[in-house]
Write a protein that binds this ligand. Structure first.
Ligand SMILES: NC(=O)c1ccc[n+]([C@@H]2O[C@H](COP(=O)([O-])OP(=O)(O)OC[C@H]3O[C@@H](n4cnc5c(N)ncnc54)[C@H](O)[C@@H]3O)[C@@H](O)[C@H]2O)c1
Length: 249
């Protein structure tokens, strides 16, 4: 039987790679993002792979968008088996005291409240059938670095939310886990749109045991596994895919 997955932030980067990975693992995929052009590209790639796919424009900061996303998924496919809550934005390279309240709130809204909004809708859809939820945290959910306190707080929050939800909904057969990427080559970190100075990225990669950034597909492998029955005894956990960064002091 075809399983049904939804992926937020699926227009590019890790989300797009995970959408393609989930399709290769037998899922029809609902692609959710604020970026419509990218979302339609992902749908084309999915269909070229022979998968069923649907794009639903979704701003994860809006509760009604997240409810609509899950509603459309149920309407089109009748069930929801797996959800990857991955939409996110880079934080500001600022000391805590230099953040404005609006900057802090923006990062928390997308990176933490966005996950909460999606999980509320997904859990309601999975209560009777069970399912698997994977949330994107970051190595910044496990450790910290100076100059990114809002992002770091949001990603630590995602891990806490993941653990609490795993405990609360285990009896409904819903597993909830988080993936913690290290330095991944996506539009967030490389290319024209990145806000990160490439010198800073190069310095960060120097501290990676494997001495390179990852491809988004390398994170997607973990997501696909966590979403599958192969991870049937795994819940409430967070998995670093970071080339060894967090293993080091
Ligand atoms: N790239 C890295 O090195 C890295 C490391 C750790 C964690 N992450 C996390 O991985 C996730 C994916 O990032 P990526 O690296 O693939 O970057 P990306 O910029 O390629 O993808 C992020 C996607 O999220 C979407 N998005 C942003 N705000 C949204 C909103 N309000 N509603 C819906 N969609 C929204 C964007 O349009 C984009 O398609 C993010 O949560 C990010 O924090 C990335």
């Amino acid at each position: 039987m075809t399983k049904i997955a939804l992926v937020t932030g699926a227009s590019s980067g890790i989300g797009q790679a995970a959408a393609l990975g989930l399709a290769a693992d037998g899922h029809a995929v609902v692609v959710a993002d604020i970026n419509e052009a990218g979302g339609r590209d992902t749908v084309r790639l999915l269909e070229a792979q022979g998968a069923q796919a649907l794009f639903v424009r979704t701003d994860v900061t809006r509760e009604e968008d997240c409810q609509f996303l899950v509603g459309r998924t149920l309407e089109r496919f009748g069930r929801l088996d797996a959800a990857f809550n991955n939409a996110g934005i880079a934080g500001y390279a600022l000391l805590l005291g230099d953040h404005t309240l609006a900057q802090w709130q923006r990062v928390l809204d997308v990176n933490l409240t966005g996950v909460f909004n999606c999980m509320r809708a997904e859990i309601a859809a999975m209560q009777d059938t069970g399912g698997a939820i994977v949330n994107t945290a970051s190595i910044m959910g496990l450790v910290a670095s100076p100059g990114g306190s809002a992002y770091c707080a949001a990603k630590h929050g995602v891990i806490g939310l993941t653990k609490a939800a795993a405990l609360e909904y285990a009896r409904h057969g819903i597993r909830v886990n988080a993936v913690c990427p290290g330095y991944i080559e996506t539009p967030m970190t490389v290319g024209e749109e990145t806000i990160f100075p490439q010198k800073k990225i190069a310095a960060a990669v120097d501290r990676v045991a494997l001495r390179r950034m990852a491809r988004p597909e390398e994170v997607a492998e973990m997501v696909v596994w966590l979403a599958s029955e192969r991870a049937s005894y795994v819940t409430g956990s967070s998995f670093a895919v970071d080339g060894g960064v967090t293993a080091s002091v």
